[in-house]
Design a protein around this ligand. Sequence first.
Ligand code: E4P
Length: 247
Amino acid sequence: MKIFLDTADIEEIRTAARWGVLDGVTTNPTLYAKVGGRYEDILTEICGITSGPVSAEVVAEDVEGMLREGRAFAKLAPNIVVKVPMSEEGLEAIFRFAEEGIKTNCTLIFTANQGLLAAKAGASLLSPFVGRLDDINQDGMEVIRELVTIIELHGIESEVLAASIRHPRHMTDAAMAGAHGATLPFKVLQQMVRHPLTDKGIVTFREDWTKARKAAEEKNAAQASGDGRGAQQADEKVEAITNKPGV
Ligand code: E4P
């Protein structure tokens, strides 16, 4: 399953790339507003960090405007994917982009039917918004399940990119639903890395390592000086380390 970062923050993207888990990036006007600067410069920089798809969103509402903006984005780098909102105009733009060989990500998908239409029009990525559906008390993940089923059943080439991911459980559920990928905020990626027992385990292993080395040194010293009691005490210290629950 592909992991995309849903951000325009260069440092977050660099970090995920260093971790070896980054397959692409999605941006949108809201995410761009958080970082500022020139959108084109940010996109070009992101495309220099990842060779995976980088979504650049159009804001025009008419077809010609979408085409104009999208064509300009596509010239920035070969891995730019033009993000087009689901609408009648959006579908037409997606179809025209497909004819020109420009890849698209259809965004703001909230039903499987919308996803099906975007796929028919030629979008390479379909972005159903899970979190925003959950927000209005609908099951966002159900759209992922339905769309993945439709795509597989009919051998459609478009990929389902679960979007509007709010927490790690969304990622697990999207992966289990067969989503081809998911785009998530950096914060959720960090949450996926962490578990309190992992953190606790790292601290305990480090402490045990230090204690074990000290006990070994004490035992060596005791044996060298013929101190049998000291050597036994060192062994008892090692035993205390290994006789813990879970070891
Ligand atoms: C997807 O491409 C969108 O940028 C994004 O996932 C929207 O998420 P939000 O609902 O958290 O804004």
